[in-house]
Design a protein around this ligand. Structure first.
Ligand code: MSP
Length: 635
């Protein structure tokens, strides 16, 4: 039987439109789901909306709608958004679904019959924003720590779940199962909460105060309180207790952010235990996205709309950034500037360029079809194979732990090594020297590596990955071979049709103009004047670039040789690799600061500095006309 994988997102409240935070959790769940698909597992992915409670009623009133009209509308926004981000859920649950309601009532009855739900009185500090009671200890200066508002003191009769009965058992369970709650910091946080008395959980609201909920099966004057309703979605959606899907897929991995750790790590396991249901497999907790280092909030007007990001940077550009930038368990910072930089460096330069140049060489040297499959590997090839296999293994390990940023970092190590491998194997020279067998080995090795890279990226950037695989003539998408088996599979495939001459998947993005303007302004404010005497000391000269190549240790640098007409050639390192192909530079007459003290830049000697202009498209070297003699002084 195939292994199974079941992943869930929180069900989102329908009192606000979907934003970056919701999009991140849901893209992460989709990525995990797709990743387990290509490990050859049978998967199930659940998301949905949480539609009961005070907050929703209030939001509906504000929108002048009935609660049902209102929840239908906002739930629809979530449901329709996900496919636009290429998120393929298997089921979208709503807590207003009749099947869900029945399931909640069944579990309530079961736990009630067991004697774990009792009727009691309760007086406490209630925050309507959080829809929960706070103990005095939890309040900060008498205010709700989240909403910074004074809570309302409520005294009422309600039903309670005997959560405290399971406290000791839960501590033992978490200690015995280190993988249950991860990352570690959150596991520790939960164990710390469990050191104090957790008390019992109030699970009802009197109908006279709140009607918009699920009626208790044993008392029609009450409805369930938000968590007892919401958490059960994870099993009602797959047909607990007898449904085929429940039998096949439960237990699940739950992905949440730190805001709802306590209900998931404490309420939910004790509820499951009381109902005699197997616990979930694992809780994976991520941090919060901030925007430009500030908390995202409606009042600050900095809420990021996922759709506008998708429109600007493409589904895959946006998905890649989310998965690459947020380290599981830590908060992440969202800024468009970072997104663009990441897009340009990883997708456009490293991956995009790698595909493009490989295809263009296969086309130029072999007419688009690599026929010779008789490969003989040199030590240098074997090193690349080893490095590739290692980085793919690390990629898989990280992804199994939901750590996408680490995984992608490891994959990029392989990608960058491939670019270096091409440079050092110099296919253009092999072609010139007619070493065609060696040339086809080199190109096959790169092509096979590209297949692995593209395949591994499918969970993160599915659409582009499929395009990449199609472009190299590998049509077996998505999973005729598992990703794990693919790692050590170094056999060429049949290329039936000519491969395309190139692939331009990720055209570079221009750096955000507003950001540029802001920075320019900042620069102006800081303007410092220098003395003319000081300026006179700068020796500016015209020099001709006679050689240029990539820096061996830095992606952004180029190493050039420049003739300043002084009888010796200077080595100058310039930070322009992102903007120029080295060959374009040769022959240009550029402006050089000639009396700058020589220094080593990332291991390469630099005897001067080339001047460049900041344009909207990036850096452009400052040039002098062709007929100007090398060494001419500029004043
Ligand atoms: N309805 C409850 C969850 C019930 S689950 C049984 C709820 N809904 S929510 O709409 O507030 O969603 C909270 C979740 O949205 C977080 O746990 C997280 O997944 C996501 N995020 C909301 N804001 C976020 C950020 N700023 N950053 C990252 N994720 C955030 O709580």
């Amino acid at each position: 039987m195939k292994k199974t994988f079941y992943v869930t997102t929180p069900i989102y409240y329908v009192n606000a439109k979907p934003h970056l935070g919701h999009a991140y959790t849901t893209v992460l769940a989709d990525t995990m789901n797709r990743f387990h698909k290509i490990l050859g597992e049978e998967t199930f992915f659940l998301t949905g909306t949480d539609e009961h409670g005070d907050k929703i009623v209030q939001a509906a009133q504000k929108a002048e709608k009935t609660p049902q009209e209102y929840v239908d509308e906002i739930s629809g926004l979530f449901k329709n958004l996900w496919p636009q981000l290429n998120i393929q859920f298997d089921k979208f649950i709503r807590t207003t679904d009749p099947d869900h309601k029945k399931c909640v009532q069944r579990i309530l009855q079961l736990v009630y019959d067991k004697g774990d739900i009792y009727f009691g009185e309760y007086g406490g500090y209630y925050c309507f924003g959080c829809e929960r009671f706070y103990t005095e200890k939890e309040l900060v200066d008498g205010l709700c720590p989240d909403h910074k508002k004074p809570p309302t003191y409520l005294h009422e009769e309600n039903y309670f779940f005997k959560m405290s009965k399971y406290q000791e058992w839960l501590i033992d369970y978490i200690k015995a199962n280190p993988d249950f709650i991860q990352p570690q910091a959150y596991r520790n946080e939960v164990l710390a909460i469990l050191k104090e008395d957790i008390g019992d959980l109030c699970i009802s609201r009197p109908k006279k105060r709140l009607k918009w909920g699920i009626e208790l099966p044993f008392d029609k004057n009450f409805v369930t309180y938000v968590w007892f309703d919401a958490l059960i979605n994870y099993i009602s959606a797959i047909g607990w207790p007898d449904g085929e899907k429940f039998k096949k897929f439960w237990p699940a991995y739950h992905i949440i952010a730190k805001d709802i750790l306590k209900p998931h790590a404490i309420f939910w396991p004790t509820m499951l235990k009381a109902a005699g249901i197997e616990l979930y497999r694992g809780l994976r907790v991520h941090g919060y996205w901030k925007v430009d280092e500030t908390k995202m909030s409606k009042s600050l007007g900095n809420v990021v709309d996922p759709l506008s990001m998708k429109d600007k940077y493409g589904v895959d550009g946006f998905r890649y950034f989310l998965m690459r930038e947020m380290h599981l368990g830590h908060d992440g910072n969202f800024s468009e500037k970072n997104l663009i930089e990441r897009f340009n460096s990883d997708l456009a330069n490293d991956i995009g360029n790698l595909f493009n140049r490989t295809l263009s060489m296969i086309s130029k040297y072999f007419g688009g079809i690599l026929e010779n499959k008789d490969l003989s590997f040199e030590p240098k090839d074997k090193d690349l194979i080893k490095l590739g296999e290692d980085s793919l293994k690390k990629y898989i390990e990280s992804f199994k732990g939901f750590k996408t940023a680490e995984g992608l970092e490891n994959l990029m190590v392989f990608v960058r090594s491939l670019n270096k491998y091409i440079d050092s194997s110099a296919p253009w020279t092999l072609y010139k020297e007619k070493k065609l067998e060696r040339l086809s080995t080199v190109l096959w090795l790169v092509l096979m590596s590209l297949k692995k890279v593209a395949y591994a990226l499918w969970p993160v950037i599915p659409e582009s990955s499929e395009k990449m695989l199609a472009s190299i003539g590998w049509e077996n998408m998505p999973n005729t071979i598992t990703l794990e088996d693919e790692i050590s599979n170094w056999t060429p495939w049949d290329i039936k049709e000519k491969l395309p001459k190139g692939l331009n998947l990720f055209p570079r993005k221009e750096v955000f103009k507003e950001q540029d303007i802001k920075e320019e302004k900042k620069g102006k404010e800081k303007q410092d004047y220098i003395d003319f005497e000081l300026f006179k000391k700068i020796d500016l000269r015209v020099g001709k670039i006679i050689e240029a190549k990539k820096h061996p240790n830095a992606d952004k640098l180029l190493c050039t040789k420049v003739d300043l007409g002084e009888g010796k050639i200077r080595s100058i390192v310039a930070g322009i690799a992102e903007y120029y192909d080295p060959t374009e530079l040769v022959g240009k007459n550029v402006v050089v600061v000639a009396n700058l003290a020589p220094r080593k830049i990332r291991g390469v000697l630099s005897e001067g500095m080339m001047l460049a202009i900041h344009t909207k498209q990036g850096l452009k070297v400052l040039t002098a006309e062709d007929d100007i003699e090398q060494g001419s002084k500029i004043s």
